[in-house]
Design a protein around this ligand. Structure first.
Ligand SMILES: Cc1ncc(COP(=O)(O)O)c(C=O)c1O
Length: 470
């Protein structure tokens, strides 16, 4: 058996009618779940440019060894350290809500449940891993973490976590967001982090780019290169990544493990699970603890949603590709639009990454999950309907999950089926209101990635090794 608790019988109508299903702190999961233990076919390993699997020592200048061990682990269960649990308890267990007002508005027989990850201090699921990463770095003797951030969700989560774990934090924030979205930077400063616009004068990578293009808006790829450069040059500094890697996804499984216990309390099991996917971490967090049931034979649909403008899971090939533009990371087996992909300026900044977590990519290849791409107008329309029924204002990334939930709820109505839908509500949008304003002003347009642009960025995959079977 995968889980150490037994399903309990339904406790009657009252439980099923609850709006909010809570767990006590004692009921919080004590272990993370590692899907790598249960894939029928193992994932291909990350490789170097010569196609040979990388070894732990090759990652040592960038990450502490205790996290590298987690990255490569195939243990099914990994204990959550008490100190990490102690901080997570500030907002965890997060409530599981039933979206009854939305159900009523849609007239659907489906029951919509959502895990509210917007209740963390920075406002998203990101601190679930930021706290764990800060802890393991501290245990390893590291004094400072560097990272990159786009719109600022991840940077603010790491700033918060470093402050609580007693580490210094340096965030390279993509220039255009640094100028246009100052509030996330102010949050990082409030939590004691140093946040600079990227490209900066502080690194070789930044200086080189500024020399050629002083007015560049920056990109996530450049910011990653700057953050890694500073980490590898200082003995007591390491780099932290907010998505994509195995250990990041592992730390997020607390979401799905809690949801499973919460649904169990009211005696239900989901028919459909939905999460938005940028690098794949919040989707993995809700989905992976249920995927193991699917591997064991349960019938369940699990859907990752992404923007039509950045269609990694729905249109990109499965390939070995680098995580950043400067190719400083190992080659990861993943669906990728190509590391030179330049994302269009949609408001869901967290869904603009060129690749997808290797574990999520492998799950799609193994047909354990499905993927759907959505246009931004449908997402904003869904987010506004959500805010006007359920109250909480979602992040634009989260809106991609909501739009799919609404599609599924409408389908359940057409079919006359009382389906159980479970969604990860990955974060609030209170720092993203300019996107809502642009939507209300009619300034947003739908944008499907043109094939010629896709082909251009895919050209950057040429000459790289290929995963087995491709
Ligand atoms: C609120 C929110 N949801 C989703 C995402 C997408 O990231 P991931 O796929 O790693 O969960 C982000 C990324 O910044 C985010 O801030």
């Amino acid at each position: 058996m995968f889980f150490d608790y037994q399903p309990k019988p339904m406790k009657g109508e009252i439980m099923a009618e609850l709006i909010k299903i809570n767990l006590t702190e004692d009921e919080m999961p004590r272990q993370w779940y590692n899907l790598n233990a249960d894939f029928d076919k193992p994932m291909p390993p990350p490789v170097a440019a010569d196609g040979k699997p990388i070894t732990p020592d090759m990652l040592a200048p960038v990450f502490p060894m205790n996290l590298i061990e987690q990255e490569m682990s195939t243990e099914r269960w990994i204990n959550i350290p008490e100190e990490v649990l102690g901080v997570l308890k500030l907002w965890r267990p997060s409530p599981l809500y039933r979206a009854k007002r939305l159900e009523k508005m849609l007239g659907t027989p489906a029951r919509i449940y959502y895990k509210n990850e917007g209740v963390s201090p920075p406002g998203s699921h990101k601190p679930n891993t930021a706290i764990a990463q800060a802890y393991y770095n501290k245990e390893f003797g590291i004094k400072k973490l560097t990272t990159e951030t786009g719109a600022g969700q991840w940077g603010s989560a790491l700033a918060f976590s470093c402050q609580l774990m007693g580490l210094q934090c340096k965030v390279f924030m993509v220039r255009i967001s640094f100028d246009q979205k100052p509030f996330r930077k102010m949050m990082m400063n409030t939590w004691g982090a140093d946040c600079v616009a990227s490209p900066s004068e502080e690194t070789n990578a930044g200086r080189e780019i500024l020399k050629n293009d002083p007015d560049t808006p920056g990109s996530l790829g450049i910011a990653i290169s700057e953050a890694i450069e500073q980490a590898v040059q200082n003995k007591d500094t390491r780099y932290a990544l907010g998505s994509v890697l195995n250990h990041v996804l592992l730390h997020q499984t607390i979401i799905g493990l809690e949801a499973k216990k919460q649904l169990d309390k009211i005696g239900v099991y989901p028919d459909v699970i939905i999460g938005c996917a940028g690098g794949g971490s919040n989707f993995a967090g809700i989905a992976f603890p249920f995927i193991c049931d699917k591997i064991a034979g349960k019938t369940i649909r699990i859907i990752a949603t992404e923007p039509e403008s950045c269609p990694t899971l729905t249109r990109a090939p499965y390939a070995y590709d680098s995580g950043d533009v400067a190719m400083m990371t190992p080659l990861l087996p993943m669906y990728s639009l190509g590391h030179t992909f330049v994302p269009p300026p949609i408001h869901a900044g967290g869904l603009r990454y060129h690749g997808m977590a290797p574990m999520v990519s492998h799950a799609l290849r193994e047909k354990l999950i499905e993927a759907a791409a959505l246009h931004q107008l449908e997402c904003y329309e869904s987010a506004v309907l959500w805010a006007r029924t359920e109250g909480f204002i979602p992040a634009p990334e989260t809106a991609h999950a909501i739009a799919q939930v609404i599609r599924e709820a409408k389908m359940a109505k057409e079919e006359g089926k009382e389906k159980i839908l479970l969604m990860n509500w990955s974060g609030h949008g209170l720092m993203d209101l300019t996107g809502y304003q642009a939507y209300f002003d009619g300034k947003l347009k739908d944008y499907a990635l043109p094939d010629e642009l896709l082909q251009r960025s895919l050209a950057s995959l040429k000459g790289l090794p290929k995963p087995p079977g491709v």
